[in-house]
Design a protein around this ligand. Sequence first.
Ligand SMILES: Nc1nc2c(c(=O)[nH]1)N[C@H]1C(S)=C(S)[C@@H](COP(=O)(O)OP(=O)(O)OC[C@H]3O[C@@H](n4cnc5c(=O)[nH]c(N)nc54)[C@H](O)[C@@H]3O)O[C@H]1N2
Ligand SMILES: Nc1nc2c(c(=O)[nH]1)N[C@H]1C(S)=C(S)[C@@H](COP(=O)(O)OP(=O)(O)OC[C@H]3O[C@@H](n4cnc5c(=O)[nH]c(N)nc54)[C@H](O)[C@@H]3O)O[C@H]1N2
Ligand code: SF4
Ligand SMILES: [Mo]
Length: 727
Amino acid sequence: MAATQTSPFRIVHAVCSHDCPDSCGVLVTVDNTGKAVKVQGDPKHPVTQGFLCGKVAKYLERVYSPNRLLYPLKRKPGVPKGQLKRGEEHAAFERVTWDEALDGIAARLKEVAERYGSESILPYSYAGTIGQLGFGSMDRRLFHRMGASQLDRTICSEAGGVAWNLVYGQKIGTPPEDFKLAKLIVAWGANIHGNNVHLWPMVEQARRDGARLIVIDPYKTRTAALADWHIAIRPGTDAALALGMMHVIFREGLEDRAFIEDRTHGFTQLAERVREYTPERVATWTGMTPGEVEQLAREYATTKPAVLRVNYGIQRAEYGGAAIRAVAMLPAVTGAWKYRGGGGWLSTSGAYAWDKDALQMPELAKSSPIGRLARVVNMSTLGQALTELGQTPESAAKDGPPVHALFVYNSNPGAIAPNQNAVKRGLMREDLFTAVHEQFFTDTTDYADYVLPATTFLEHTDVQGAYGHYFVQWSQQAIEPLGEARSNVWLFAELAKRMGYTEECFNDTAEEMIAQALQVGVDGHSANVGMEHITLENLKREGHIPVALHRDPEGAPLLAFTSGQLATPSGKIEFYSETLAAQGLDPLPGFVPPVESRWGEAAKLYPLEFLPRKADNYMNSTFANLDGHRKMQAKTMHVLEMHRVDAEARGISNGDTVRVWNDRGEVKLCAHVDGSVPVGVVAAQLDWAKLSPGGENVNALTSERLTDLGAAATFYSTLVEVRRANR
Ligand SMILES: Nc1nc2c(c(=O)[nH]1)N[C@H]1C(S)=C(S)[C@@H](COP(=O)(O)OP(=O)(O)OC[C@H]3O[C@@H](n4cnc5c(=O)[nH]c(N)nc54)[C@H](O)[C@@H]3O)O[C@H]1N2
Ligand SMILES: Nc1nc2c(c(=O)[nH]1)N[C@H]1C(S)=C(S)[C@@H](COP(=O)(O)OP(=O)(O)OC[C@H]3O[C@@H](n4cnc5c(=O)[nH]c(N)nc54)[C@H](O)[C@@H]3O)O[C@H]1N2
Ligand code: SF4
Ligand SMILES: [Mo]
């Protein structure tokens, strides 16, 4: 957006790149010295509506924090790896130039590749930025060319994504703006107020017009506290509830027969399956009464439009895939998709047909030393990858070499990866070389050989979609990088050159790559269906442009899944999946209790179900190091929320220091009796490990067990026991 000639300020259109469904349009005010002086939500963006969340409203505290990493660092000779106290990190490192850092890293990676094979190099990244370039572009080009192991990015949404796509073929749904029109909103494992706050004004508008809000969440979130009905379901039992609702719906003839006939596949089998899910049986699993199951089913099936906001909470459980499939089928059973403001939404990311091949260039793997795409390592089992993979002759023969070099960016695995003690053991290995590209010293940089300074979204250019709305957005660099901070694109392009790679693609600029991501049908790449009208030029001019899926040519919102062939094998909404049957998996959704649940063997030793939660004022582990954000979060920090019954059974009173432990680890927290949890469930929040008492956070307790679909992490299927700590 052009600045007026006389104004001492410019306003730049950027996008909040944190891992949040809202992907807010951000207007950055920059003064004539080049300093950003204000960030505000774009008032013209229909979902941002001019406001930012509490975390990012204070963003300049992050950008200009005195603790930003400003130049490359190298571990001092002889200083062992391991957790450092906040403020003492600098002493472990010495400042080097970018040239020294890049040459040093390239030399080590070459040496590792020669000695152990290129697959012993593992990139580790997730969603520090969800800009298309920052998340995955030049980095993938480099690592494909290198023949480094590929990373299966499963830590967040794979179980749910796979499950949703099995039913609908595409991750799209009701536009958030249409929630205003709903008469019933069900937030199912979705903390709208905390994690998706820009949906909240739509919910409020609907409620002003008479809608009811039902929240299904074991934890009494801010959203649950504001609901008309909060169902504190037991963790991991959502599939049972959804199937029980269908049982009631079919028994009472509340389904939409015409819609089912026309749009779905496998109704007969589904109807047969749900017969066993009587409200009485469902009640024993979920902790609800049979009457509540019936009431929910009736209210859901008879209120129109009814909309589900399903978030990823329910798929961080061992059978989270089955749970999302079952819940996702509800609007197909009742025909809720036919009504504007009805239906539901897990993610909108399937609406964005970026040309990923152009961005990531998997064909470069052919020029790598192994001449093919490399093996895939699951990021949710990082502990195993660093401590077991390839470390016995059998594993080496089956899985390939051990990991000898780890390149971390966009992620803080020292805090966010499950089974933290295994991860730490791995990071401590003397024979592991680790480089970390970061904005701050974190739990992970304490184990790095090199720490490289990264830019924030104010300091680099990118393009972004969203998983909570339908607008492609242009994110323009607003200020010069602080110190010697550099973007992901810059770093991986430079590193490619130091590795000796001469392909032209390593010279592409950010704008060229954005044009590639948006290109239509070039070089045999797929056309960007629904994004054909979006170009770099008009995006720069407009700031945000809706994808075509969102509106038909007359401008009316499209009703998802109500017409045409879907991208499922049958072309219809699939209740029954031949794909799963062919893999020997249950083709229908069913309820199986997690191994780590009150029904599992381990519950004899560890009887409490643990929710290691996200903090409302952080973004996973991001922001936890900033004092302003810590202050906002202080009330529930390092607190174990317990039900009175569980506390009394253990002689625990409010304010007691408690040990929370299982086979994998232990954390010390302060008991909060009468917390926001039902009987049998305890909850605590994710913080940085190094800022937690004892130097370990909640992920010391979580496991590397994977979900039924998508091989994803199971943070919310964790059993623990709790005792008063000896003081
Ligand atoms: N403020 C803030 N916003 C965030 C994040 C953050 O850390 N802080 N993280 C971002 C990220 S990475 C993501 S993926 C998104 C997604 O965010 P969500 O998927 O909404 O994330 P969660 O908070 O993990 O889960 C949502 C709710 O599910 C509940 N839940 C847990 N287990 C169960 C269960 O078995 N059944 C049911 N019904 N509910 C259950 C949890 O108590 C929680 O309140 O949010 C993003 N937004
Ligand atoms: N116990 C528990 N564990 C969890 C979860 C939970 O709910 N409970 N949630 C899980 C989920 S859903 C997710 S998505 C993961 C998230 O895991 P991560 O994606 O690792 O998320 P963050 O903790 O936000 O760490 C991101 C890091 O990237 C850095 N960063 C930001 N922008 C850039 C950039 O442009 N370049 C580079 N190089 N770095 C950048 C930030 O400074 C930050 O340290 O955590 C998972 N872990
Ligand atoms: S974190 Fe989410 S709500 Fe906050 S500014 Fe970023 S996109 Fe918007
Ligand atoms: Mo996530």
